[in-house]
Design a protein around this ligand. Structure first.
Ligand code: 4HQ
Length: 269
């Protein structure tokens, strides 16, 4: 079930490091994902390989010409039987975890990265299947947006995160923010790790983590709680959180000043 990404860009070298390191780099090495960059400039038939021109009607900046993009897309498609062509633009559908999961079921994505004032409208009309935005801000080009999409989509491909982990297990999948994490040392400048995490009591630890995830979500992203499907126990925990006087972060009795000086290793192995 390997997945292929073809990236159409004027700046192919932007992609080498982000997609070559760490988890994505290993996924490429293992053949789980295949990533190719195509320089749109190579598909210009003009002398000096021109790829942009002034907009009809006048105005600021330059527009990417239709012919080089058309030829590049047709070249990529001629080597693949089922492709979906995506244009990264602030005018597109907002990218999120559900969209990433849906795209991970495709076998081949063509990602078109625009520069300047964007592409000639006929590129969208004739060649683009879907327009996607990674957020309401303006980038200098679609390249970083394409990398964000590839990263989030690749995490759903079996094997990319390692055999024992799946993207579905991440708590965002449950519409909650992550609970706080700690590692050694136990005491850092008087700020200690919550005692429950050293207790070895796994049900107490699970309950604490669930409550802290709920607390963090309630404080920072209450919109997510409306979509989350909460259990009866979750609702009880939320009532406790809402009725407590603390500021919504890990309470200072837990994560703040140490109850007593201690130096301990995690006992969770
Ligand atoms: N741009 N989400 C303008 C973006 C963008 C975004 C890409 C800048 C397209 C022409 N892309 N170019 N936000 O800001 O995807």
């Amino acid at each position: 079930m390997r997945m292929r990404f073809d990236i159409l860009t004027l700046f192919p070298s932007m992609f080498s490091s982000p997609l070559g390191e760490s988890i994505l780099g290993r996924a490429v090495e293992k053949g789980l994902i295949q990533i190719q960059t195509i320089n749109i400039r190579d598909f210009s038939l003009e002398k000096h390989q021109v790829v942009d021109d002034a907009p009809y009607g006048g105005g600021q900046g330059m527009v990417m010409k239709v012919e080089p993009i058309a030829r590049a897309i047709e070249s990529v498609k001629s080597q693949n039987q089922s492709s979906r062509t995506i244009y990264l633009t602030p005018q597109g559908k907002p990218f999120n975890q559900d969209l990433a999961r849906r795209l991970s079921t495709q076998t081949h994505l063509i990602l078109l990265c625009g520069r300047y004032e964007g592409v000639d409208e006929r590129v969208r009309d004739l060649f683009v299947d879907e327009e996607i935005s990674i957020g309401d801000y303006v980038l200098t080009g679609g390249e970083l947006a394409a990398m964000v999409l590839i990263d989030a989509v690749s995490r759903f491909i079996p094997g990319v995160l390692g055999s024992d982990r799946s993207a579905e297990e991440d708590s965002f999948f449950n519409s909650l923010l992550e609970y706080p994490q700690y590692t050694r040392p136990f005491n850092f400048r008087g700020r200690c790790v919550p005692e429950v995490l050293l207790s070895g009591n796994h049900s107490a630890i699970s309950l604490w983590r669930r409550k802290e995830a709920l607390r963090r979500t309630w404080v920072r992203r209450p919109d997510l709680l409306e979509k989350a499907n909460l259990s009866g126990e979750d609702k009880t925990l939320l009532e406790e959180i809402e009725n407590s006087s603390d500021d919504g972060e890990v309470s200072s009795a837990d994560g703040g000043v140490c109850p007593r000086a201690k130096s301990q290793a995690p006992n969770n192995k």
